[in-house]
Design a protein around this ligand. Structure first.
Ligand SMILES: Cc1cc2nc3c(=O)[nH]c(=O)nc-3n(C[C@H](O)[C@H](O)[C@H](O)COP(=O)(O)O)c2cc1C
Ligand code: SF4
Length: 340
């Protein structure tokens, strides 16, 4: 776990990734606040190989919740530049990636691939879809300008791109629905538009559900196929997740998405795979890393212990996070609230 890895051309000093974690601390206009600087300084000082920032909305109408930060305009970018500098200056080897998202049914615009029964929703027009693809491209240009070491496309957890992938939430009958090729087209086209603007050496990652739960909308065979297409097109890394991503675990550990990631890895050759969800024991991280995974991603353990890696280095065996989900509170900056 402590050996150097690579994602595209990006050197990552160990095999730990901090999976994107919404901070719930932005101003109403999507600019980040001072609280972000402390949070990310702690993570960088904690020697995490790669930090993926909490999701950023690519266009205003894709904002998924209150206090979410954005990368939809230049004012936001000026603050994000400072954040990237804080991370790079805290530890010269620290790397930070911007996660790009559109909330779909969870967004302020409620725009979705197709109308959702029982939920306020607005079906996207052809122009809306083109706007999403351009939105990813322009947001990536801004991320590069801000100094990020790469971007991650958020195609997991039921947000817009994940809604397009699932036949439960995408019942369109045009070129963006029906076959898997059509359902994956917004993701693939967004990826292409990003690659076009940043060239081959800038890392582009994706976070995807290996499969949805229930699986009928997007089963593992489809997760594997989409991963293969992305791999063939040169994606630099796939972080494998699933729906119901922040489970409250009965046991201390249940690394629930490992089977998805293992199956995907079998089909994508050398493309880098990370797996997220439920890792708490160092020995399990090492085992899954030895078996197939290039990286292991963690979210909640780093909320509780930003210095967890140093503790692991010193012999700690298990993270303190008890997976109670009390940190999932939109009201205030993300922190461990287990004792509250
Ligand atoms: C407070 C909180 C915010 C999260 N925000 C994001 C996010 O912005 N983007 C994302 O892809 N996943 C997000 N997640 C999910 C995590 O990245 C991760 O996939 C999930 O928590 C499972 O990993 P863990 O068991 O290590 O926490 C969030 C999780 C938590 C607890
Ligand atoms: S609030 Fe609970 S789930 Fe969140 S970091 Fe603390 S112990 Fe872990």
């Amino acid at each position: 776990m402590f050996t150097e890895g690579k994602i595209g051309n990006l050197k990552v000093k160990n095999r730990f990734i901090r999976s994107a974690t919404a901070e719930f601390g932005a101003n109403a206009n999507g600019t980040i606040t001072e609280q972000y600087f402390d949070l990310y300084r702690q993570l960088a000082l904690g020697e995490i190989g790669l930090i993926i920032q909490g999701h950023l909305y690519i266009i205003d109408e894709g904002k998924a919740h209150e206090k979410m930060a954005g990368i939809s305009n230049q004012i936001q970018v000026e603050q994000l530049k400072r954040l990237v500098e804080v991370v790079h200056n805290s530890d010269s080897e620290s790397k930070i990636i911007a996660q790009l998202n559109h909330g779909g049914v969870f967004s302020t615009s409620k725009k979705v691939p197709s109308i959702r029964e029982g939920r306020e929703s607005v079906e996207m027009t052809e122009d809306d879809i083109e706007g999403i693809i351009i939105g990813f491209k322009v947001a990536t240009k801004r991320a590069k300008e801000a100094g990020y070491d790469g971007v991650q496309i958020h195609a997991a957890h039921g947000y817009l791109l994940s809604q397009f992938l699932s036949k439960r939430t995408n019942t369109r009958t045009d070129d963006w629905g029906g076959s898997l090729e059509n359902r994956a087209a917004v993701l693939l086209n967004s990826y292409h538009s990003i690659r076009e603007v940043v060239g081959s050496s800038f890392p582009i990652l994706v976070k995807m559900n290996g499969a949805d739960d229930p699986t009928d909308g997007f089963p593992l065979e489809e997760g594997v196929k989409v991963s293969q297409w992305l791999s063939d097109e040169g994606i630099d890394a796939i972080e494998v997740s699933g729906s119901k991503s922040t489970r409250t675990l009965k046991e201390k550990e249940n690394t629930y998405f490992v089977p998805f990631a293992q199956e995907i890895k079998k089909h994508i050759g050398d493309t880098v795979v990370s797996v997220v969800g439920g890792f708490r024991f160092f020995s399990t991280m090492q085992k899954i890393r030895d078996e197939f995974a290039d990286f292991i991603s963690l979210s909640r353990p780093f909320i509780r212990e930003p210095d967890l890696i140093q503790k692991f280095k010193n012999g700690k065996k298990v993270a303190d996070c008890i997976t109670c989900n009390k940190c999932f509170k939109v009201e205030d900056i993300v922190k461990c609230r287990a004792e509250e």
